[in-house]
Design a protein around this ligand. Structure first.
Ligand SMILES: [Zn+2]
Length: 737
């Protein structure tokens, strides 16, 4: 019984898969078309070659090309009305129609109507022009007028010449009988449903007439249309853009009515740039799995999900690596809201065919959409797939362009993200999500003014999904500006020309929280700076900090009362005495005569010059070995809370300090005698005004009569100290992250 059922099922599926036992399906694939059908193989091949040649004519002749496909255009050709009828949508009276899904064009045609003179073929070509020329901002009259104007393109027998823009007699008759005022045609919105009634027919006729007039009868020969689209793209509204690029509607209307009586019969001849020979588009027999996948695709477009499912199951059952079936499964599941299954399918397609733009784009959308626990594609995965698939494609439609830019931004590739988002936003300024992403990138690369303008616009705008994100982004903008000021000041203290890119805010979705700082008390003074050294001569601690106003030395006899906090992972537990090789950014607070109150270590990501690890420290001390060793060893290992040890006496004598800055290098002898002061003029060039002083830890800039040379002064704080004791448990670090 079970066996009989299987046989019956197989017979049923077989019968459904192929229409009539004697029909053979064949397919011709060219660069931009996949033509499949049960029509004779020669017809299939010729149609593919003809469509490819027409495409090359359109690419040259259209005022603006915006290819809206992410796949080769899928064309299904039925050889008979018996095969075509089951798929003909209600209301379609001619033998051809289009069933596009976004970015997934599909044209259906009866082969006996594939003659250029036939309405069926003209309908299919009209729909194909829509695929090639649909700028998001173009008004309906221009979209439909251009599609009709180019739909009557005929090719010479050898396909080397084309005639574009023949007269369409029914349109002329319609416009003569039923004239709709031109302003009404121009104002018809893109969402307007066009039917078979008189005014809709006149809308098509007059739209075509207007495009025909602009392409043929004006001296500009179509360049006005390009100008009009450019104005729209740069944000102009339709009416003024029309008036500026084309002319006052009333005047244009008069010209049009006059043109109606003098319309030329034939098209304009032009060479075909890339004519495709029949041999290059020869059809081959299709496998049963491919036939099932083709009809599944058509059922999917016609929203016959049950039929699509059965066909897809049969196709994948016969050929598990059939990428075209896998794409349709992904699209079907995505439409049904079955995201996990959609994701699995798109991943398989990307693995099978890395050039499949549609699958890679959908993978990107799923990554950005999120919400699929554990199976979510990472931004990196989606970015890699989409950028690989987009290789070699010169002009992506704005949506995948925005997706690619958004993904690049999310993974911190800001220099790639910015132009992509700018381009996407420029081509379709109505997309608030793209504007938000662009603002996000601007914020991260320091273009604060532009980010603020975009975000303020979005907050005030009508998009309820984007506005809250824009508001949050504005808060981040404030933080980013504060960070930028902090980083700029620290870079200036470090003697760097600029702070460089802020890597900590490169990625979208994260923002480092600002460090929590102690509020200075009355009579206290706080400065931002770089901690150069902690000197521990005798029982005293001296923190030497470079600030924008020069070097500051603050001291304390005991750390007991000093507030120490760190937002860094590498400064924890103890504060060794000696030169700070890292020159960490700190806030140092003191009171009275430089009496240390607090040292607050700022996060590592604020470290100036972090992105330039090879940048040398501006100052290096060249000390005699004895002194060096006593300083260097002093806190070579972290102390424990209970450790008390004697510190070796520092040798007295002379040593040299070399200071290398962008202004030059200078070496000064210094005596380690306590209280020894020195001063002098260096050979360094004078500091230009507005530039922060070199971070010479021990030197102050003082006004002195050194002429154009720089005055320097320093004091040896203490030397030869007695043995001292340090209790490390007095050094407290409060985590502030
Ligand atoms: Zn149309």
């Amino acid at each position: 019984m079970a066996r009989l059922l299987t046989v019956l099922l197989a017979m049923l599926l077989g019968a459904a898969a192929v229409f009539g036992a004697d029909t053979r399906w064949s397919r011709a694939s060219t660069e931009h078309f996949v033509v499949s059908g049960d029509a004779p193989a020669a017809v299939i091949g010729q149609l593919a070659a003809r469509l490819e040649s027409l495409r090359s004519v359109f690419l040259e002749a259209l005022p603006r090309v915006n290819d809206r496909s992410l796949q080769r255009t899928f064309v299904i050709v039925f050889g008979s009305d018996r095969a075509f009828a089951p798929y003909r949508p209600a209301g379609v009276t001619v033998g051809g129609f289009a069933v596009h899904e976004p970015f997934m064009p599909c044209l259906v045609l009866r082969s006996d109507r594939a003659d250029p003179a036939e309405d069926a073929f003209r309908t299919v070509v009209h729909e194909y022009v829509h695929v090639l020329a649909d700028e998001p901002r173009m008004p309906l009259w221009l979209i439909e007028g251009m599609a009709d104007y180019y739909s009557v393109t005929t090719l010479s027998r050898d396909r080397r010449r084309a005639a574009v823009g023949e007269r369409i007699a029914p349109h002329v008759a319609q416009a003569q009988q039923w004239w709709v005022p031109l302003p009404q045609v121009l104002e018809t919105p893109r969402t307007s449903p066009l039917a078979n009634d008189e005014s809709s027919m006149s809308f098509y006729a007059e739209s075509w007439l207007l495009v025909h007039h602009l392409m043929r009868a004006t001296p500009e020969k179509g360049s006005q249309i390009a100008k009009f689209i450019d104005r729209l793209s740069s944000g102009a509204t339709e009416a003024p853009a029309f008036e500026q690029a084309i002319g006052p509607p009333a005047k244009v209307e008069v010209a049009l009515r006059r043109y109606l009586g003098t319309l030329p019969l034939y098209g304009v001849e032009r060479p075909v740039a890339r004519s495709v020979e029949d041999a290059a588009a020869r059809a081959r027999p299709m496998t049963p799995a491919e036939v099932d996948a083709t009809l599944a695709r058509l059922s999917f477009h016609l929203r016959r999900d049950g039929e699509a499912d059965a066909r897809l199951e049969a196709a994948i059952g016969a050929d598990a690596s059939l990428a075209e079936a896998m794409v349709t499964i992904g699209m079907l599941r995505a439409r049904q809201g079955r995201k996990a299954e959609a994701l699995t399918s798109f991943r398989r397609v990307v693995a099978l065919d890395p050039a499949d733009l549609l699958a890679a784009y959908r993978l990107g959308l799923l990554a950005l959409e999120g919400g699929q626990p554990a199976r979510e594609p990472s931004f990196e995965e989606a970015y890699a797939a989409l950028s690989r698939a987009a290789e070699g494609r010169s002009r992506l439609p704005p949506e995948p362009l925005a997706t690619l830019g958004t993904l690049a931004g999310r993974i911190g590739r800001l220099s790639e993200a910015e132009p992509l988002l700018r381009q996407a936003s420029g081509r379709d300024a109505r997309q608030p999500a793209t504007r938000l992403e662009l603002a996000n990138v601007c914020l991260r690369i320091g273009k604060f003014q532009e980010a603020r303008e975009i975000l303020s616009g979005l907050v005030a705008g009508s998009d309820s999904l984007v506005a809250p994100s824009a508001r949050r982004c504005l808060e981040w903008l404030g933080l980013a500006e504060a960070r930028a000021r902090l980083r700029a000041e620290l870079a200036a203290i470090a003697g760097l020309s600029d702070a460089g890119p802020d890597r900590a805010i490169a990625r979208t979705g994260t923002f480092p929280s600002p460090p929590r700082l102690r509020t200075p008390g009355a009579g206290e003074e706080r400065r931002l700076g770089l901690l150069d050294a902690v000197d521990c001569p005798g029982a005293e601690f001296i923190a030497r900090v470079s600030t924008l106003d020069g070097a500051v030395s603050v001291s304390t006899a005991s750390f007991a009362g000093v507030h120490l906090s760190s937002a860094r992972d590498d400064v924890k537990g103890s504060l060794p005495c000696g030169v700070r090789q890292g020159r960490e950014p700190v806030y140092v607070t003191w009171k009275g005569d430089h009496q240390l109150v607090a040292i607050e270590f700022l996060p590592e990501d604020l470290q100036p010059g972090r992105a330039l690890p090879s940048s040398p420290s501006p100052c290096s001390a060249a000390l005699p070995p004895s002194v060096y060793s006593s300083l260097g060893r002093r806190e070579a290992r972290p102390r424990t809370a209970s450790s008390r040890r004697a510190v070796p006496q520092r040798a007295a004598g002379t040593f040299a300090v070399t200071c290398s800055t962008q202004f030059g290098t200078t070496t000064r002898p210094r005596r380690s005698t306590p209280g020894h002061s020195w001063s002098g003029c260096t050979k360094a060039t004078p500091r230009p005004s507005g530039v922060s002083p070199p971070s010479a830890a021990m030197w102050d800039d003082t006004a002195s009569d050194c002429g154009s040379a720089k005055a320097m002064r320093g004091t040896v704080a203490r030397a030869s100290p007695p043995a001292e004791r340090i209790r490390v448990d007095m050094i407290r670090f409060t985590p502030s992250r």
